[in-house]
Design a protein around this ligand. Sequence first.
Ligand SMILES: [Zn+2]
Length: 122
Amino acid sequence: MAARNCPECGGLVASTINVCPHCGYQLEDELNHKNSTQNRTRGENPYNSIAWSIISLIFCWPFGLVSIIYCLKSDSSWCSGDDFSARHYGKTSILWAKIPLWILLGILCFVFLIAILSVVFA
Ligand SMILES: [Zn+2]
């Protein structure tokens, strides 16, 4: 049976159990905790949304392009550790992405209204 050393007391612990029998140290939790902390430090940028930028690029590419530029700016700020700029650019990116969607929604509502009026007054 494979075994490893407990990082807390140095005692030998079987690989099948997650708690050190010598000191009660949580071996598996420690491992997971380290991984999640590393991911959180500089993993995904939470402030921007490439999905929004792509949707906007499909509906109205000039707005989508501006959105993607801000999205990339946000990512580079995030990678250099500048959270404030990352959030600012991310918000701007999502704002630009949503403008064409609101315009599209407005047009759809207008068309729908005209259709209803033409049925009612026909
Ligand atoms: Zn131990």
